[in-house]
Unconditional design. Structure first.
Length: 115
């Protein structure tokens, strides 16, 4: 089973050569806003997405983002906010993340299942 951090990275395309999250060392496709700019390893932006110095910094930024803004939400509510239907196939996103993590859509996010 994957942690939520790992599952989001996988769903976003992390590890696929040429994909934005891999190119930008940003496994979660985190927007280049004030949160990203405050993270260690932030190096700038590529379009709307943040770039990080290395994959570890990008992964840690994703972990911190989830723990700061999504903890206590259900997986479904969190992913509807994180990957909204206006930009994503959110129901498929939820189904994939659920399969990979073992979480149900109604499970509440905790530090432990975020990873």
């Amino acid at each position: 089973m994957l942690t939520l951090v790992q599952a989001i990275a996988r769903e976003e395309g992390w590890g696929i050569a040429g994909d934005i999250p891999t190119r930008d060392n940003n496994p979660g496709d985190i927007d280049a806003g004030s949160f990203a700019k405050s993270q260690p390893g932030y190096t700038g932006e590529a379009g709307r997405f943040a770039t990080f110095d290395n994959p570890a910094d990008g992964m840690e930024a994703l972990r911190k983002l989830l723990n700061e803004f999504y903890i206590g939400m259900t997986l479904e509510d969190a992913l509807n906010k994180y990957a909204p239907p206006v930009e994503n196939q959110t129901n498929a996103y939820i189904a994939n993340v659920s399969e990979w993590t073992g979480l149900t859509a109604q499970d509440v996010l905790t530090e432990e299942n975020i990873g």
